[in-house]
Design a protein around this ligand. Structure first.
Ligand code: TYD
Length: 206
């Protein structure tokens, strides 16, 4: 039995989604809501494998990577111990990236329809109640991630632009429960907007 709400955060690299997700969780907890925090790629052995591919430690082709993301996700949904369906029986789940990341990132380099098919089982098993897309200008995203030390596979300006466009394209295809939220210069303003849409799920006002 699903008890909590399933809220997914999406955005290009540097969009600040993990910070915004934590802040929303804190806000919900202050209102008595139990929240679990999770992310993809996960911390499971499947996620570890993906990280090795993303950092270049393992040289894998894009189809293999797309399939691994789908496998990591399916385990993340179904695993009886740490899976999100199990967590949802206990409380709300806030997840940093879900299948829209695969559509936007992997669907930008291998056929999108194939990526959608790979993700069909997860889509059928667990749909988000709300997808918060933090929409950041790709140039600004690049500025922010260039301050980090390690650079991952997809972190170039061309890739950031392609990914943002893919996100917007797939939101047209699967429009349900997607809130596109402009990343404001002030983090607090962005958070306020996120709270406003999220609280609609809890039948109240922020
Ligand atoms: P990211 O959220 O940046 O994780 P971290 O903060 O741990 O580095 O995600 C890592 C990268 O993985 C990011 O560039 C997007 C990519 N990615 C995909 O290509 N497909 C997917 O399905 C997911 C979940 C992530």
């Amino acid at each position: 039995m699903r008890k909590g709400k399933f809220i997914v955060f999406e955005g290009i690299d540097g969009s600040g989604k993990s910070t915004q997700m934590r802040q929303l969780g804190k806000y919900l907890e202050e209102r008595g809501e139990k929240c679990f925090y999770t992310h993809e790629p996960t911390e499971s052995p499947f996620g570890e494998l993906l990280r090795a591919c993303m950092s270049g430690k393992i040289d894998a082709d894009e189809h293999t990577i797309a399939a691994l993301f789908a496998a990591d996700r399916l385990d993340h949904v179904q695993n009886p111990v740490y899976g999100m369906r199990a967590m949802l029986e206990e409380g709300n789940v806030l997840c940093d990236r879900y299948y829209f990341s695969s559509f936007a990132y992997n669907g930008g380099v291998v056929p999108l329809d194939w990526v959608i098919e790979l993700n069909r089982p997860a889509m059928e098993l667990l749909r988000p109640d709300l997808v918060v897309f933090i929409d950041l200008d790709p140039e600004e995203g690049m500025r922010r991630i260039s301050r980090r030390t390690e650079r991952e596979r997809y972190e170039t300006i061309e890739r950031q632009r392609l990914t943002r466009n893919k996100y917007l394209e797939v939101f047209e295809k699967f429009p349900e429960n997607v809130a596109v939220i402009k990343s404001m210069p002030s983090r607090e303003e962005t958070q306020e907007e996120i709270r406003r849409v999220a609280m609609e799920l809890f039948g109240g006002r922020a």
